[in-house]
Design a protein around this ligand. Structure first.
Ligand code: UD1
Length: 426
């Protein structure tokens, strides 16, 4: 199994191209099921999760072709054609590995009138149920049955417009319901909806296919169902979590890096926080420039929340920065339970962190020490890479498959700006 070796202490300088957003691309691919015409997606990142979604869609009868981008950061072009839906069955083996597979439910119900999708089950970062999705589809007129770990959903006469308020502004539930409602009969009003940039990207994509949607980026989305959607060519938005991760990498290692293609408005909460820690962030005409001089980062507290708040997907990476900061900070996680799995691994590198309930208290140390570490999820594993950039000596990150799910060519991007990092294949 591959591992990543990092020798810490190198400052970063240069530029990193930002890839297309995984969390948008996956949903756009699923939404390609909504039309019998071809959909072409540009700027698709090359990631294990994208391959898993491709496999799932091909099982439904989608014809899928990929034209590979050549250069670092140049995305793939994926053509999806769901001329006929041949099956609407998503097996446990696929959904278990990637929770985003559950996002096919909305498009399948809307276009095909039924689907059998495995329940995702628990995962390393908490229970992550899908009850809001299911309640929403019931409100849209679907019959939902749970049997043997599967959801059987039927809407034979089509979904029907309704008003539904989400108990929490869940990203996945908002998006799943949106992709169901676009072909429903009549008007759907979704309240307390997610405002995340990827949710907006999906909305814009659906509008480009002919959907009638208003209120994107707000907490109330109104959708007037249409008879049919058409094919479209669309470029996936840049990945704000990848952007934030490399901004934090620069803050932790020191140096100056331009994140080419990054969207400044998608990382507002992070920029504010980075400035408090002593880093400099500027918009450039190609993206965002991050700079930190030799001084130690300063401690600053943060609470994760829904957009436009500080994203939970950057919490682990920010903790790595705080582990080396001058002073103590509190990091509160409010979106997921159990999202502090990286703490014991950071502690193996000399970090001083104590967790009480949903708050981690981080007492910054002057130097972290390289160590063999192991990660349990995607964002946790990249936080260990970031800690390795700042640590003295050698860090080996095991279970690299987590990184490959969400970070495109991470070691190439970081070594191009001067990090001493390589993949060890065994
Ligand atoms: C998406 C992102 C993930 C990110 C998260 C929050 C993708 C593929 N993943 O995940 O990277 O960390 O948004 O920004 O886009 N919940 C329920 N019942 C439900 C749905 C959610 O209780 O039916 C809870 C979850 O357990 C969690 C919270 O709501 O505690 C937020 O989850 P949600 O916003 O749905 O996250 P995902 O869509 O799974």
């Amino acid at each position: 199994m591959d591992r990543i070796r990092i020798r810490g202490g190198r400052r970063l300088k240069g530029e990193i191209p930002i890839s297309g957003a995984k969390n948008s691309a996956l949903k756009l691919m699923a939404a390609a099921l909504l039309t019998d015409e071809p959909v072409v997606l540009r700027n698709v990142p090359r990631l294990a999760d994208i391959a898993a979604m491709s496999d799932l869609l091909m099982q439904f009868g989608v014809n899928l072709n990929i034209r590979r981008g050549e250069k670092l950061g140049q995305g793939d072009v994926v053509r999806l054609h769901a001329a006929h839906i041949e099956s609407a069955f998503a097996p446990y083996d696929i959904v278990r590995k990637m929770r985003a597979s559950f996002q096919v439910l909305g498009p399948l119900l809307a276009r095909h009138g039924e689907a059998k999708i495995s329940l995702p089950g628990g995962c390393a970062i908490g229970a992550r149920p899908v009850d809001y999705h299911l309640k929403g589809f019931e409100a849209l007129g679907a019959e939902i049955e749970l049997a043997d770990g599967y959801v059987l959903a039927r809407a034979k006469g089509g979904l029907k417009g309704t008003t539904f308020e989400l108990p929490f502004a869940s990203v996945g539930a908002t998006e799943n319901l949106m992709t169901g409602a676009v072909l429903a009969n009549g008007r759907t009003v979704l309240k307390n909806t997610a405002r995340e940039p990827e949710t907006q990207d999906l909305g814009h994509f659906l509008i480009a296919m002919g959907a009638k949607i208003s209120g994107l980026g707000t907490n109330e989305i109104v959708i007037d169902g249409v008879e049919k959607l058409s094919g479209v060519e669309y470029a996936v938005m840049p990945d704000r979590i990848e952007t934030g991760t490399y901004a934090l990498a620069t803050a932790i290692a020191g140096g100056e890096v331009e994140l080419v293609g990054a969207q400044v408005e998608a990382i507002g909460a992070l920029i504010e926080l980075l400035e408090k820690t002593g880093a400099d962030v500027k918009q450039t005409n190609r993206g965002v420039m991050v700079h930190r001089n030799g001084a130690r980062p300063r401690a600053a507290d943060v609470t994760t929340s829904v957009f436009p708040g500080f994203p939970t997907d950057l919490q682990a990476q920010y903790m790595a920065l705080m582990a080396t900061a001058e002073g103590s900070s509190h990091i509160r996680e409010t979106v997921f339970e159990n999202r502090f799995m990286h703490v014991p691994e950071l502690a193996r590198m000399g970090a001083d962190i104590h967790v009480h309930g949903d708050v981690a208290t981080v007492n910054g140390v002057a130097t972290l020490k390289g160590a063999p570490v192991m990660a349990t999820d995607l964002r946790a594993s990249v936080s260990l890479v970031l800690a390795g950039l700042a640590a003295e000596g050698e860090t080996i990150v095991n279970r690299v498959y987590h990184l490959d799910r969400g970070f495109e060519r991470l070691e190439e991007k970081l070594s191009a700006v001067g990090a001493d990092i390589e993949r060890l294949s065994t």
